[in-house]
Design a protein. Structure first.
Length: 281
C-alpha cells in the first residue's frame, strides 16, 4: 500500500538527498549525539518486555538500543526515508537483533495499532511535523494507557553554538533569517511553552522538560571533521545559490571555525537540547 503523507515537504527532503547524505554519514551523525543518546535511554527506562516505538528513527541506532533493552519485547522504528531504513535493517541483521522492525511512514497520519506500545521514543526525530498536535495525538493513540513518551529536541538557535557558528561563518555578508521555533525543522520543539501546549492538546499528561547542555563532537580534529561538516544539509543549504568565489570564501571561513574549535577533545561545540517526557493516562 502507498504511504499516506501529510508532511510532503519533509518527505521530499528526507526521502531524497538529505536522507542519502545521512545514510552515508550515519556513524558520524550517531557519534555527534552520543551524549544525548545516553540521556534518552536513561530516561526511557526500557524494561525487558516493553514494546517500543521510535519516531524518526533514521538509520536505527536508537531503535537498536531499544530492542536490546527490550530483549523479550520489541522495537519498531518509523521514518520517512527509505534509504535510511534500508541501512537500519542491514545494521540490525548484521548485529543479530531479531526483535526489531522498521516501517516507512509519516507518523503524523499513519494508522498505528491502538495501545500497541508501552514507550515511544524519539532522538531528534519529532521536530518536523507540519501539525504537531495532530501528530502527537495520533502517536498517543498508539500508546497504551499509562504509556510513556520520551524524546529529545534541540533548544533554540541561540543556545546551540554549533548551528549559530556554522550560520555566522556561511552568512557571506547576508542577514540570514532566524529559524522560527515551532516551524517544522530542527527547532520545531524548541519553545518549552509551545511543547507543553502541543502535548497537552494531543491528550498527553505529566509533560516535563529538562534542559540538557552537552558538548558535541564533529571529529577528532579539523581535518577529520571537514569532509563530514561540509556535506551536512545545513552547509549545503546555506551555500546554495552563492557564486563560486563567495562560496569558496564562506567555506574557508567555516574551515577556520572548525580549526578554532579544535582541541585535545576533538572539534567540539556547545549545544543545548530538551529531554521531554509525557504520559498517556
Amino acid at each position: 500500500m502507498p504511504m499516506t503523507i501529510a508532511n510532503a515537504e519533509m518527505a521530499k527532503v528526507w526521502d531524497g538527498d538529505e536522507g542519502e547524505q545521512w545514510t552515508e554519514d550515519a556513524d558520524r551523525y550517531d557519534a555527534v549525539v552520543v551524549p544525548y543518546s545516553r540521556h534518552l535511554m536513561a530516561a526511557a527506562r526500557i524494561s525487558t518486555s516493553d514494546r517500543v516505538l521510535d519516531i524518526g528513527c533514521g538509520t536505527g541506532e536508537s531503535t537498536r538500543q531499544a530492542a536490546r533493552a527490550a530483549a523479550s519485547g520489541s522495537a519498531l522504528g518509523v521514518d520517512l526515508s527509505a534509504r535510511m531504513l534500508k541501512r537500519a535493517e542491514e545494521r540490525s541483521r548484521d548485529e543479530g537483533i531479531a526483535n526489531i522492525a522498521f516501517l516507512q511512514a509519516d507518523a503524523q497520519v499513519h494508522r498505528f495499532d491502538e495501545s500497541a506500545f508501552d514507550i515511544v521514543i524519539s532522538r531528534f526525530g519529532a521536530m518536523f511535523f507540519g501539525d504537531p498536535v495532530a501528530a502527537f495525538r495520533n502517536i498517543a493513540t498508539a500508546m497504551r494507557p499509562g504509556g510513556r513518551l520520551v524524546l529529545l529536541s534541540w533548544q533554540e538557535l541561540t543556545k546551540n553554538e554549533w548551528v549559530a557558528s556554522f550560520r555566522d561563518a556561511l552568512a557571506a555578508g547576508r542577514t540570514l533569517p532566524t529559524p522560527p521555533s515551532g516551524a517544522p525543522g530542527p527547532f520545531g520543539l524548541a519553545d518549552a511553552g509551545g511543547v507543553q501546549h502541543i502535548l497537552g492538546e494531543a491528550g498527553l499528561h505529566d509533560v516535563a522538560l529538562v534542559a540538557l547542555d552537552e558538548p558535541i563532537r564533529f571529529g577528532s580534529n579539523a581535518g577529520d571533521a571537514w569532509p563530514f561538516v561540509v556535506g551536512m544539509g545545513i552547509v549545503k543549504g546555506l551555500t546554495e545559490g552563492l557564486d563560486a568565489d563567495t562560496k569558496t570564501t564562506a567555506l574557508d571561513q567555516l574551515r577556520r571555525v572548525l580549526e578554532e574549535h579544535d582541541s585535545a577533545a576533538g572539534v567540539t561545540f556547545a549545544s543545548s537540547a530538551w529531554l521531554i517526557t509525557a504520559r498517556r493516562t
